[in-house]
Design a protein around this ligand. Structure first.
Ligand code: CU
Length: 448
């Protein structure tokens, strides 16, 4: 049943893909999915490259010192299902003697695409050939940067597995800060710089841009942008679950969701033992003689695995058990969710973030084609089962409900979804502080 379902689920896209790829590609994909699913424990895919990749050869290293002085470094490799995987991600702002490890690994963990009419749902990473769909980029798509050649495992075209498909470049993002000095002529300002790392992966008629943005202030932004074309096969919504595209009201493009999952394996200060905390705020009316409403923010240590829901004024952070900044504060990274339309249709899409205790076989948020043992389940919701959380893996779910519009053709404008992680007490001050202000840390003494 399940194989049948997956195969029929693949059909529309596989057929579409035949426009550009060979029919052989389709049967390979179908066989791969069928075989792996049917075989259950017989897991053919190797795990990610050995975690031993403490370092990597030059070809697999991304290292960039931004003009503002911050250096980012990481290793990359490319997997059959997940596509681009980044490892050993470290941040070294000017003034820090050594790189500060942030993440042991970071990658997409699924793009789940259910259609509103219930006709089909896709797991684009483990069920629809995301990895194989890596697209070559022309230099103009990577302005000012370098396009690395990627060897695609299980390539659709075994004769040509090498794709110039990984762009690394830098970009200006506008003000990093601005501050008026003692006189009108003295303004402290800096234009922030980002390192960008991205690939484009085609799945059916869609093309997904997977973008990682490493900022000179220590933040990491992760976004997926969907572009390409609306699938012609989807212009059949006849039950009020679509939007008319094209002349009049004849062809309705079926609405659907793109539920994107990221998997972040934290390793702050090079140690996988990290703590997780949740913060919530309660705002109450002004006190009897008070002038304004009051807010009380409380910290809740998350010591067991968690399926978390975003909430007004709620946030999470992952805290180092090893490193402190120069102010003796524990280093941490805060999760900053982006806009999301959470899709309640599946247990694994019902929550915004999952924190699970690291387990090697747990690689994809849904349709995890790995052997995690009998009864372990194939989606992230099943892995939140009360274990102590000492080596947290964060799974972040950002959903987008795509109701097509006339502007979606042609090509479809990129629609982005994602989130970021921001440093909290990683450095003792703004990592971009200019030398003249370096002594302004803590309570000012008011010159008295
Ligand atoms: Cu869409």
């Amino acid at each position: 049943m399940r194989v049948q379902h997956l195969l029929s689920g693949l059909r529309p896209r596989g057929v579409n893909r035949a426009r550009r790829r060979t029919a052989v590609g389709l049967s390979v994909a179908a066989l791969t999915v069928g075989a792996t699913t049917a075989a259950g424990p017989a897991v053919a895919q190797p795990e990610a490259a050995p975690a031993a990749a403490a370092d990597c050869s030059a070809a697999y290293k991304i290292e960039q010192t931004l003009t503002t002085g911050t250096k980012w470094s990481m290793c990359w490799h490319y997997e059959s299902e997940a596509g681009l995987v980044l490892e050993n991600i470290s941040y070294q702002p000017k003034g820090e003697a050594a790189p500060i490890r942030v993440l042991t690994s970071a990658k997409l963990a699924q793009i789940h695409v259910p259609y509103d009419d219930g006709s089909v749902e896709y797991d684009d990473l483990t069920g629809a050939g995301f990895g194989q769909g890596l697209m070559g980029m022309a230099p103009g798509e990577c302005p000012g940067g370098t396009i690395k050649t990627v060897k695609v495992p299980d390539s659709w075209d075994p004769e040509h597995p090498n794709v110039k498909g990984l762009c690394t470049t830098t970009r200006s993002r506008g003000h990093a800060y601005r501050m008026q000095g003692d006189s009108a002529s003295k303004v402290f300002q800096q234009q922030g710089k980002d390192l960008l790392v991205y690939t484009v992966n085609q799945v059916g008629w869609y093309e997904y841009i997977t973008e990682w943005r490493f900022s000179d202030d220590g933040a990491i932004n992760m976004n997926v942008g969907a572009t390409g074309s609306l699938s012609p096969g989807d212009y059949d919504a006849g039950d009020g679950r679509g939007w008319p595209i094209g002349k009049g009201a004849k062809a309705y493009a079926t609405s659907h969701s793109h539920n994107v999952f990221w998997r972040l394996n934290f390793g702050l200060d090079g140690n996988s033992k990290n703590k997780v905390e949740q913060y919530d705020s309660v705002v109450s009316p002004p006190a009897a003689n008070g002038e304004a409403p009051r807010n009380k923010t409380t910290r809740k240590p998350i010591t067991k695995e968690l399926a978390g829901d975003a909430k007004n004024m709620r946030w999470w952070r992952v805290v180092s058990t090893t490193g402190k900044n120069k102010d003796e504060h524990a280093r941490s990274y805060e999760l900053v969710p982006g806009a999301s339309s959470k899709y309640p249709g599946r247990n694994y899409t019902k929550h915004d973030v999952y924190f699970t205790q690291y387990k090697k076989c747990e690689q994809f948020a849904s349709n995890n084609l790995r052997n995690c043992g009998t009864g372990a389940g194939k989606s992230v919701d099943k892995w939140v089962n009360g274990q102590n959380l000492t080596h947290p893996v964060a799974w972040v779910n950002i959903g987008f409900h795509h109701v097509a519009r006339d502007e979606d053709q042609q090509p479809m404008p990129v629609h982005w979804q994602g989130f970021s992680i921001a440093p909290r007490d990683v450095t003792a001050m703004n990592p971009l502080t200019p030398p003249e202000l370096a002594d302004q840390n803590g309570k000012p003494d008011n010159g008295s």
